[in-house]
Each structure stands twice: as structure tokens, then as C-alpha cells.
Ligand binder design. Structure first.
Ligand code: COS
Length: 378
């Protein structure tokens, strides 16, 4: 099996790593403390092609593929997980519009996302009463003269206060998953009202808001894909999104492991560095092994996606394993740091808070197991 990266993948990885080290890593602790949305960084990243890594060049993307995207996401997440999730959702929104949009929708929105004219994209699927079960959503889209009126509530919308375009799911008729359609709603629509930002445990510089859709009119041309075809669009987008979150988890875990190795060599107890103790070495060994396994599962899912082969099950496996492993790795990193790891002085405290949500969003670990088990039993 050949694990060698090609030139384009190496270039994207290097570009993301250099940017992350130079700009994001020095800013990450302050972004976490202030909770300020990383606007200037996101625009710089758009300039580097990081807002459309797997989007065609014709639409302003880097056209570097799903593997390069995963590599870039890992690098950005290792420096600032808040910026990484904003990048992840923006790339996912760009990809879904490129895949299902009309020529006009692509030209209007994908180029705005890849260029940074839209500072971010937003993905509005979940609702207060429909998280793991999006098929149970209640938001409606009613046909009116010239378009649709959207009414309802969305929840946990990443970048919802800043996004230039929102992919919004709503019921257009009929019960169940076949009665759901997908719409593009633009920032500034008077019927689209972002609520108060959530006060989160981690990813504090990312923006997460509820959305109210109140007599939110969109023209008929805002329908994305086929009428009644929205649920499948969501599932396909989430398959790709899960590779992004797996990659993000790997990045956070790598940062925590790197910090642990450095701390273990520096920190002296009983007259020698704690790295000399087998108890610490075994923690580092377990973390390094789990991180490699997570990366391999993630890159396998990405390479299947890139080869246009089925990858839903593999994306769920990568997301399940990487997010759970990354939580264990960040937890161990705090343990290696002892009392200091429990303070804001050391980055591992932030990594542990940031990584926690990776087993929850874009499908909980329990949902990933459901997807995997269904595929095993099919
Ligand atoms: N790709 C393409 N189509 C898919 C698909 C996928 N990955 N997964 C399901 N579908 C299709 C099915 O084939 C089915 O099509 P038909 O109507 O033609 O039969 C349809 O979608 C409904 O599928 P299913 O019956 O499996 O839907 P369920 O309501 O049982 O839901 C799960 C399946 C649990 C997998 C889904 O609800 C899910 O992923 N939940 C988690 C949502 C999530 O990740 N939320 C996080 C927040 S979003 S940021």
C-alpha cells in the first residue's frame, strides 16, 4: 500500500502548516479567551485556497482533492480548533453547493465562499427537537407566489451570525425524510434571524447560534437540488463533513501529544525528567498509536471519497474512532502535565475543552455506530 502524498497534497499540507504555525498558533489562546470570531484569519485563509480545498479551480477552489482537504484541516486544527471548525463547515457548504447547485447558484455562492467574500458558510439542518434525527424536523417551506416561505427554528448553527450563505433544510410536503427539501438563504434576508451565541465549553472563537426563520421568503431559484430530495443531500454532505471532523480531531490530538512529549522532557521529578518514567512513556505510546490509527482511518475515508467510491461507512468509522481517540489523547495530555495541565497557562487545557465536542457534532458517536452497524447488517 502506498502512503506517499503527491506534490499537490504536500503543497496544501505545507501551506496550511506554515500558516497555522505562523498566524494561528500564536493567536489561539487569546481567541479562546476573548471568544472573538477569527474574521481576519478566515479571510487570509481564503486567500491561500483553504476555504475551497476540494472545490474546482473554475469556482475559485484549490481543486486539490479530499485527501489534501483532510491534511489541511488537521494542520489548522492543531493550531486553532475554533478556526478549523469554521473552515470545515465553510468547505462543506461550498462542496454541497458545487455538487447539487445550478450553474447560477455555484457562480453566486461557491465563488463567494472560496474568495472570502462570504466570510463563512452555514449548514442549518439541526433543530431544537431534531438533532440526531433530522428526519423529524419541523421547519416548513410553503410554496407562495414566486418562491417559498420558510418558518421554523434551527439550532447549533456554526458561523450563523457571520455566514454569507445558509443551506437550510425544511419540509415541503409529506412526512418522513422524503418530504424534506433544501434551500439557499442569503445573509441579510429579513426573515432569517440569528439568536444569541451559545456560551460553549470549547471552540469559543467559533460562532454557534440558534436561527429563527420567520416568514423567510426565498425565490424559487433558491431550491438546492430536487424538491423532496433534501434529506439525501444532507446525508451526503454529512458523510464528507465527518471526514472533516475526524481530521479536526486528529489535529487537536496531535497538538496535545506534541505538547505532552515536550513537557515530559522538561518537567523534572525525583531528580529526572518525567519522560524517563515508564508510566509517562506508556501514555505517550498509547496516544501516538491511537493517533496514527485515527489518521489512517481518516485518510482512507478521504481517499475513497476522492476516488468517487462509496465512503459513508468509512467516514463514520473515521469520525467515531478519531473523535473518541482524540478525547482520550487530550485527557492523557492533561494527566502528563499534572496540575499545570489544569490551568490556562498550558494549551492542553484548551485542547481538552475543544476536542470534547468532536464526539457530538456532525453526528454523535452513537449515530456513527448506527451508520456502521446498518452497513454491517445490510
Ligand atoms: N448517502 C445517501 N443517501 C443516504 C445516506 C447517505 N449517507 N444515508 C441515508 N440515505 C438515504 C437512504 O437511502 C434513504 O433513502 P430512500 O428514502 O430512497 O429510502 C433516506 O436517505 C432515509 O434514510 P434512513 O431511512 O436511513 O434515515 P433515518 O431517518 O433512519 O436516519 C441516520 C439515518 C440516523 C443515519 C441520520 O438521521 C443521521 O445521520 N443522523 C445524524 C444527523 C447528524 O449528523 N446531525 C449532526 C448535525 S448536522 S451539523
Amino acid at each position: 500500500m502506498d502512503f506517499t502524498l503527491n506534490e499537490a497534497q504536500l503543497l496544501v499540507q505545507r501551506t496550511a502548516r506554515d500558516y497555522a504555525e505562523r498566524r494561528l498558533k500564536p493567536a489561539a489562546a487569546q481567541l479562546d479567551r476573548s471568544g472573538v470570531f477569527p474574521l481576519e484569519y478566515l479571510q487570509e485563509m481564503a486567500g491561500l485556497g483553504l476555504m475551497g480545498v476540494n472545490i474546482s479551480e473554475g469556482l475559485g477552489g484549490a481543486e486539490a482533492g479530499a485527501v489534501a482537504y483532510s491534511l489541511a484541516m488537521t494542520e489548522i486544527a492543531a493550531a486553532c480548533a475554533s478556526t478549523a471548525v469554521t473552515m470545515a463547515v465553510t468547505n462543506m457548504v461550498g462542496e454541497v453547493i458545487e455538487a447539487f447547485g445550478t450553474e447560477e447558484q455555484r457562480e453566486r455562492h461557491v465563488t463567494a465562499l472560496t474568495s472570502g467574500r462570504h466570510v463563512a458558510g452555514a449548514f442549518a439542518l439541526s433543530e431544537p427537537e431534531a438533532g440526531s434525527d433530522p428526519g423529524g424536523m419541523r421547519t416548513t417551506a410553503t410554496r407562495v407566489d414566486g418562491g417559498y416561505l420558510l418558518e421554523g427554528q434551527k439550532q447549533w448553527i456554526t458561523s450563523g451570525a457571520h455566514a454569507g450563505v445558509f443551506v437550510v433544510w425544511a419540509r415541503t410536503g409529506g412526512a418522513g425524510t422524503r418530504g424534506i427539501s433544501c434551500f439557499l438563504v442569503e445573509k441579510g434576508n429579513p426573515g432569517l434571524k440569528p439568536g444569541r451565541a451559545e456560551d460553549k465549553m470549547g471552540l469559543r472563537a467559533s460562532n454557534t447560534v440558534p436561527l429563527t426563520l420567520e416568514r423567510c421568503f426565498v425565490p424559487a431559484s433558491a431550491l438546492l437540488g430536487e424538491l423532496g430530495g433534501g434529506f439525501k443531500i444532507a446525508m451526503m454532505a454529512l458523510d464528507g463533513g465527518r471526514i472533516g471532523i475526524a481530521s479536526q480531531a486528529c489535529g487537536i490530538a496531535r497538538a496535545a501529544l506534541d505538547a505532552s512529549g515536550k513537557y515530559a522532557r522538561d518537567r523534572q521529578q525525583f531528580g529526572k525528567p518525567i519522560a524517563d518514567f515508564q508510566a509517562i512513556q506508556w501514555m505517550l505510546a498509547d496516544s501516538a498509536t491511537e493517533l496514527d490509527a485515527a489518521l489512517l482511518l481518516t485518510l482512507r475515508a478521504a481517499s475513497l471519497k476522492e476516488a468517487r467510491q462509496p465512503f459513508s461507512r468509512e467516514a463514520s468509522m473515521a469520525k467515531l474512532f478519531a473523535s473518541e481517540a482524540a478525547n482520550a489523547i487530550c485527557n492523557r495530555a492533561v494527566q502528563v502535565h499534572g496540575g499545570y495541565g489544569y490551568t490556562r497557562e498550558f494549551a492542553v487545557e484548551r485542547h481538552l475543552r475543544d476536542v470534547r465536542v468532536t464526539t457530538i457534532y456532525e453526528g454523535t458517536s452513537e449515530i456513527q455506530r448506527t451508520v456502521i452497524a446498518r452497513s454491517v447488517l445490510r
